[in-house]
Design a protein around this ligand. Structure first.
Ligand code: HEM
Length: 502
């Protein structure tokens, strides 16, 4: 009986009519499933892109300007570009920047890194590109509370004053011979010397590799700012091995490591010879503090020699070029705007009267000086980009951002956004003025940098009158930028100090 029923069922099922019905139904449901409107992710708008290259062909060497032109052309404050296969979201409005660095600061607390930055910064053992987490949190707090605290910045006042006095003497000697002064070079050398003395307690002169270290540091920054196509188009990653770029990186890594190793060893040897108990802690330099952490492990974060080298390199790389760039652009704009120069000289000279030594107390009273520095940082933002990586899926300005996506905030473009800056004299609100970044990854060196910039600028305008060389008109002074991580002048700022007042 059962066998009979099964036979009948088979016959019905295998009947051509039944089979056709089954196939038709299956096709219907399959097509319906395939054509079912899926929930589409709302991504930021993108300009047209090319296969393989994505939007790379639309970028010029001054990438911050390319982003700004694309944003203005399409009217998009947030846009999605493809660097080869990698999606990158570009942020160019104060509102969107606030979402990244305030509302979702924790979700965007990671930084992107490349093969080059990993090699140069001891495989993420530093602060500036280390991933967000326990290690980074502890080191950042060491940085804010110990290395770059207000107390520490004040303790370096004598260093800043001595180095500024030395700079004034160098300018004076050029002035007496009527020679133009290369201010770009002098500012860079000053900021490097100030950091060197604050980091190691003394300058390392040419014989000890000091001058060479500055050249190496410049190369470190150039390599970090180098656009490497293989990072974005993996099938082209071999290019850097063939064109000698990777060899250059390895050579610089070795030389920097050698210099830092030697300085640390000397410091440790000196420490062993002197009696630590008698040491005046208020005279500690960065290396003293880091070596104490290394020995005592009091902060709960254990750091090794590589961490120390990476942090020191971070401080040199983050503090030298940026600070001298700010000075270089401030002087450029003052030379292009004689009324602003006169107003600043008047303020500084009236506050100081005939006094030559400028104290931090005098600087506090120089409000126009502070406005000039702030305006310079807005208009010539030394680090144009604030880069982040999403640690999780997040919504930004209504758009969906997947974990792992890179976000670049164009701080330079936001500083020049007419939507925020129709009144140039107006003080900037937090997210309209981002020269030091914002949120958890914000620059911890603001106090250190501002103390140097204000002191040097006040001295330079108080003690000299300035003119452009070869009868050059102020309108002819160029403002061409050099591509790189830090955006300094392409051509050095060469000027003549016509009168010297000391
Ligand atoms: C005018 C001078 C300076 C400018 C314009 C500047 C700007 C910046 C910017 C834009 C960032 C990234 C912030 C972000 O992504 O939100 C940064 C990070 C950093 N800066 Fe500065 N900086 C200056 C001076 C200094 C100095 C003097 C030091 C140290 C002595 C320093 C140490 C650092 C460090 C360690 C970081 C990494 C912070 C982190 O990732 O948490 N900077 N700086």
């Amino acid at each position: 009986m059962l066998i009979f029923q099964q036979k009948q069922i088979d016959e019905i099922l295998l009947h051509p009519f039944t089979l056709s019905l089954i196939i038709l139904f299956s096709l219907y449901f399959c097509t319906k499933w395939l054509l079912k409107p899926r929930e589409k992710k709302r991504l930021p708008p993108s300009p047209p892109k090319l296969p393989i290259l994505g939007n790379l062909h639309q970028l010029r060497p001054l990438v911050h300007r390319s982003f700004q032109s694309l944003g203005t052309k399409y009217g998009w404050p947030v846009m999605l570009l493809r660097f080869g296969s990698q999606p990158v979201i570009i942020i160019q409005s104060a509102d969107a920047a606030m979402e990244i660095m305030k509302t979702h600061d924790l979700a965007f607390a990671n930084k992107p890194h490349t093969y080059t930055t990993r090699r140069l910064l001891y495989d993420l053992k530093d602060i500036s590109i280390a991933p967000y987490g326990e290690y980074w949190r502890k080191l950042k707090s060491v940085c804010i509370l110990q290395l770059l605290s207000t107390k520490m910045v004040q303790s370096f006042q004598l260093i800043r004053e001595e180095e500024t006095a030395l700079l004034m003497k160098k300018i004076k000697s050029c002035s007496s011979s009527g020679m133009p002064v290369n201010l770009s070079e002098l500012f860079l050398s000053l900021t490097n010397d100030v950091i060197c003395r604050s980091a190691f307690g003394r300058k390392h002169d040419e014989a000890e590799g000091g001058k060479k270290f500055l050249i190496l540091l410049t190369e470190v920054l150039q390599l970090m700012g180098n656009f490497s196509i293989g990072e974005f188009i993996p099938c082209l990653s071999w290019i850097n091995s063939v064109n000698g770029f990777n060899n250059r990186v390895e050579k610089v890594v070795k030389e920097v490591d050698c210099f830092l190793d030697r300085v640390i060893q000397e410091h440790m040897n000196e420490g062993m010879q002197s009696d630590d108990t008698d040491k005046d802690e208020s005279k500690d330099n960065f290396l003293d503090i880091l070596l104490k952490l290394y020995k005592d492990n009091t902060t709960g974060v254990s750091i090794d020699r590589e961490n120390i080298k990476a942090i020191i390199l971070d401080i040199f790389a983050g503090g030298t070029d940026t600070t001298s760039t700010a000075l270089e652009w401030a002087m450029t704009e003052l030379l292009r705007h004689p009324m602003a120069m006169n107003k600043l000289q008047k303020e500084v000279r009236e506050i100081l009267r005939d006094k030559q030594d400028i104290t931090s107390h005098d600087l506090e009273k120089m409000h126009y000086l502070k406005a000039v520095v702030k305006e310079t940082l807005r208009y010539h933002t030394p680090i144009p980009f604030l880069a982040r990586v999403a640690r999780e899926d997040v919504k930004v300005m209504g758009y969906e951002v997947e974990a792992g996506t890179m976000i670049i905030t164009n701080a330079w473009a936001i500083g020049r956004d007419p939507a925020s800056w129709d009144e140039p004299d107006r003080e900037g609100l937090d997210f309209e003025l981002l020269p030091f970044g914002a949120g958890r990854r914000r620059c911890p060196g603001i106090g250190f940098a501002m103390a140097s910039v204000e002191l040097v600028l006040a001295n330079v305008v108080q003690k000299f009158e300035w003119e452009l060389p070869g009868g050059m008109k102020r309108e002819d002074l160029d403002v061409i930028e050099q591509p790189g991580v830090t955006m300094h002048r392409k051509n050095p700022l060469s000027v003549i100090a016509t009168h010297c007042y000391f």
